[in-house]
Design a protein around this ligand. Structure first.
Ligand code: C2E
Ligand code: CA
Ligand code: CA
Length: 601
């Protein structure tokens, strides 16, 4: 099978095509409308928008054709782009020596007929074609050629539209001088990175402030200053990995998110290298004295979870560390350990150390918070919530030590302790009651959950139907496939699953549909506004209906007032939990039955 010749200026053509950044992009219904129109108008089973890349043809849109791409050597379109100004028509491929033994002709696609009109860039270079295919030989009139050419011209316009959308989107996210991410984009990237950090993939934030930059502007002028900034921007982005995010966040202030894996050693090494890169002499165009300038920078570094559990805290810690680097004499790196009073009064390391001991020495305790059927107010079960009073530090709240446990890997042992303790306690309460246990994302990055739960169930003898595991959206979104796997095996045993804090992090309708949850927990933040905020009410109502539509029951968390309870009752929310009905308590059965609350609502 003869492969097509290469068009003239092939390298340039490929560069033009790639410049559109459309290869491997997501489906776009504007393109799909064109292929649908082509297939319908010509009455053919297949229509494609095919782009000829160096070794493949990739389909931006397709009708009736299963593959996303094929080898370039098999592409009819690779021939069609050799005649950029004409429509290439192959009436019967079996009779055409170029295609007679093409796998698309001989194979299951059985292509006999092809007509393709080139899609041209403004410089006249053919990027690919809009083409139609049939499994029968057919005729193709002059009028047909005209129509197909018109559709291909429409496709060309869409290419330009695609590019201008990208450019606009970039203008909002890029710093125009250095082409690095701007502050806004950095903040968005920090949010994402923080979610990943909680799921076990930590990151570090470097804040880089140039030393004495103002002197450059004063001495050489603003234009030279800009030149220095853009050269430094380039140096920064070329000495980090593609997955890291470099940004310019102010005049002479840069920041970089270093993605996993990070340890003190690696972070120091990267930061020292960046400082050395900044120190290399910079030639500035038109400098009156003709001499290169030498810059230095003060760098602060904060590690996610270790120096902050929110993006704002991590930023603050990195900045504090950067100020310390300035105070200590500039052109150096300071890691936030040295400056930030960590996580309140106790340092991260102290918490990590003491928590490890607490787990090993059985110092953790459980409190139980009841949940009830909304209408009749009948108690149906308890959620286990872990409590820790550290002999040295006093009571430490879960929102402080759970992130530390997650970051250090102690969470595995912690969750296991809670699961075992909860299953044992469940044997002491009436058997119609369920118990809910929170699990962290940790479990879904390894395959230990199923064996653990099985082991604990058989050790304690608890009926699996009485156990409900609560997962957050964060947990599942990062470990989608393995989560589904583990959940399915456990559900076969009878274990139930609740999706915790629903509505707080992702709009994960897709996950909801794909993953076998029995219960959805409407987050406290929605419940808090019920009775006061119409929008919160609309959202809460919609979430209840969504849960029901997907066959799940819905439990509202954080119910604190009769007004909220009344609303939830009216909205057919199945279960309720919150301070109004029962605070977390040391003894499961001592939570008094809140008949009065239900009667009032
Ligand atoms: P969560 O799973 O959403 O647990 C409910 C939290 O809301 C508990 O806080 C509970 O005390 C609190 N709460 C309950 N009712 C109300 C209310 O009416 N109003 C308000 N404002 N708050 C209410 P807690 O115990 O501090 O736990 C915080 C988070 O720590 C939990 O959120 C859960 O994500 C995590 N956690 C707790 N125990 C464990 C555990 O054993 N393992 C794991 N992995 N995480 C746990
Ligand atoms: Ca929970
Ligand atoms: Ca929750």
């Amino acid at each position: 099978m003869p492969s097509a010749a290469l068009p003239p200026d092939e390298a340039e053509r490929i560069a033009t095509l790639r410049g559109y950044r459309i290869l491997d992009s997501l489906p776009d219904e504007r393109f799909d409308r064109l292929t649908a129109l082509a297939a319908q108008h010509f009455g053919v089973p297949m229509a494609l928008i095919s782009l000829i890349d160096s070794a493949r043809q990739w389909f931006k849109s397709s009708v009736g054709f299963a593959q996303r791409e094929t080898e370039r050597d098999h592409a009819f379109c690779a021939h069609a782009i050799l005649a950029p100004d004409a429509v290439t028509v192959v009436h019967d491929a079996t009779q055409d020596p170029r295609f007679a033994n093409n796998p698309l002709v001989l194979g299951p696609d059985h292509i006999r007929f092809y007509a393709g009109a080139p899609i041209l860039a403004p410089n006249g270079q053919p990027l690919g074609t809009l083409c139609i295919l049939d499994r029968e030989p057919r005729a193709f009139s002059e009028e047909d050629r005209h129509f197909l050419t018109q559709l291909a011209a429409n496709a060309s316009d869409l290419f330009d539209l695609h590019l201008s959308h990208l450019t606009l989107a970039e203008a909002a996210t890029r710093d125009p001088l250095t082409r690095l991410a701007n502050r806004r984009q950095l903040e968005a990237a920090m949010d994402t990175a923080m979610e990943a950090a909680f799921a076990g993939r930590p990151f570090a934030l470097l804040t880089i402030d140039l030393d004495g930059f103002r002197a450059i502007n004063n001495k050489y002028g603003d234009e030279a200053g800009d030149d220095v900034l853009s050269q430094i921007g380039q140096r920064l982005s070329s000495s980090i990995r593609a997955s890291d995010v470099p940004a310019r966040i102010g005049g002479d202030e840069f920041a970089i998110i270093l993605s996993d894996p990070v340890s003190h050693e690696i972070v120091s090494r990267v930061a020292q290298r960046l400082i050395a890169d900044i120190n290399a002499p910079i030639e500035i165009e038109g400098a009156a004295d003709g001499r290169p300038v030498v810059m230095s920078a003060s760098v602060g570094c904060a590690l996610a979870l270790r120096h902050g559990t929110t993006p704002a805290e991590v930023r603050r810690s990195a900045k504090e560390a950067m100020y310390m680097a300035k105070r200590e004499g500039r052109n150096r790196l300071v890691i936030a350990d040295e400056v930030v009073p960590l996580l309140g009064n106790a340092s991260y390391n102290t918490i990590e150390h003491r928590l490890g001991e607490a787990i090993a020495q059985d110092q953790l305790k459980l409190q139980w918070q009841p949940y009830f059927l909304t209408g009749e107010g009948r108690l149906t079960g308890y959620e286990a919530l872990v409590r820790w009073t550290c002999p040295g530090l006093g009571p430490v709240v879960p929102s402080t030590f759970i992130p530390v446990a997650e970051a250090s890997g102690l969470i595995g042992a912690l969750d296991e302790w809670v699961l075992r303790a909860a299953c044992k306690a469940a044997l002491e309460i009436p058997e119609q009651l369920t118990i809910s246990v929170n699990l962290s994302a940790y479990w879904f990055s390894r395959e230990e959950l199923v064996p653990l739960v099985k082991r604990v169930l058989s050790e304690t003898g608890l009926t699996p139907q009485r156990l409900i595991l609560e997962l957050t959206e964060r947990t599942i979104i990062t470990h989608d496939e393995s989560a589904r796997h583990s959940m399915e095996s456990l559900r076969e045993l009878g274990v139930g699953f609740a999706l915790d804090d629903f509505g707080t992090s992702y709009s994960s309708l897709n996950y909801l549909r794909k993953l076998p949850f029995d219960r959805l927990k409407l987050d406290r933040s929605f419940v808090g506004d019920l009775g006061a905020d119409r929008q919160a009410e609309a959202v809460a109502g919609a979430i209840v209906q969504l849960g029901h539509a997907l066959g799940m029951s819905v439990c509202a968390e954080g119910v604190e007032t009769p007004l909220q309870l009344g609303f939830l009752n009216g909205a057919s929310c199945d279960l309720v939990q919150g301070y109004l009905l029962g605070r977390p308590d040391w003894e499961p059965m001592s939570a008094s039955t809140p008949v009065a609350a239900f009667a009032k609502a």
